[in-house]
Unconditional design. Structure first.
Length: 279
């Protein structure tokens, strides 16, 4: 009997000693433990947007005084500008608190074309004859200044709304190759307000999917003024560590305006890739 009691005591002692290290190694997950890539105050990204563009402009310019209405000119089919273009994209996010973000992004958009126009066109008060060679440039400085408030924040997902001012500066230049050369330039600049929503979820601890949409629409006023702006962005982020990650996504941008006799329609869409650093 004594041997049985001693064996029982020995087994109990061994079990207690074996369990003690296991209890010492166990560390419960903190209640507030954001996913990899969500602990930062400054985030910057730079990448390339492989976009397909469709752009149409109409400019009467001084021709509106003489009754020379502007012709709707498609940048691709009429002016020979490329449809596909690789554009640089820069983004900066300042995050003073978990739910508050100040955002800035900039995309310099530039296209060049050269083509013999097939039909007569009127641009900015100047008439261009058919079968005339024309070179053209289009420059668009697309900048976004915004504030994001994430009204729902969890360790692996969040949802919020965005208030933005989209600064748009579009300039188009047409030059004939004849003698004498004729050059006409038209420009449209305006800050455009926009409201939108954003959401992000982590499918695994270091991979997230983000979607955001911002939009603005000005109803037609006296058949002279109207405008719209819709920006949709869906992307995934692989965070190698908390401070470094890579992104891949798909973005569409649709912008249009009417200002008296001038109008424009611009659509960009395509895949993009970017590198992300945080501090």
């Amino acid at each position: 009997m004594n041997r049985a009691v001693s064996l029982s005591v020995l087994c109990t002692t061994l079990i207690l000693f074996a369990a003690a290290p296991a209890r010492a190694q166990y560390k419960p997950r903190p209640v507030n433990d954001p996913a990899t890539g969500e602990s930062y105050h400054i985030e910057a990204s730079a990448g390339w947007w492989f976009t397909t563009a469709d752009m149409t402009v109409t400019s009467s310019g001084s021709g509106s005084l003489t009754g020379l209405a502007g012709t709707a000119i498609n940048a691709q089919t009429d002016l020979g500008m490329p449809s596909d273009k690789k554009l640089p994209a820069l983004t900066l996010v300042l995050r003073p608190a978990r739910s508050h973000k100040f955002r800035f992004s900039y995309i310099p958009i530039s296209f060049e074309g050269a083509k013999t126009i097939a039909i007569p066109i009127n641009f900015n008060g100047q008439k261009y004859s058919a079968n005339f060679p024309v070179t053209s440039t289009l420059d668009w400085k697309a900048a976004r200044f915004g504030y994001e408030y994430d009204f729902l924040t969890k360790n692996t997902w969040y949802a919020g709304f965005i208030l933005e001012a989209k600064y748009t500066d579009v300039g188009i230049n047409l030059t004939t190759l004849g003698t004498p050369a004729i050059t006409e330039f038209d420009r449209a600049r305006a800050p455009i307000p926009a409201l939108g929503f954003v959401g992000r979820a982590y499918v695994v601890p270091n991979i997230s999917i983000t979607g955001e949409v911002t939009a603005f629409k000005l109803p037609t006023v006296q058949d002279k003024y109207s405008g719209h702006y819709v920006d949709v962005d869906i992307y995934g982020t692989l965070n190698l560590i908390n401070n470094v990650g890579v992104q891949a996504g798909y973005r569409t941008l649709d912008f249009g305006f009417l200002a008296k006799e001038d109008s424009g329609s611009f659509t960009f869409k395509g895949l993009y890739i970017a590198a992300v650093v945080r501090y």
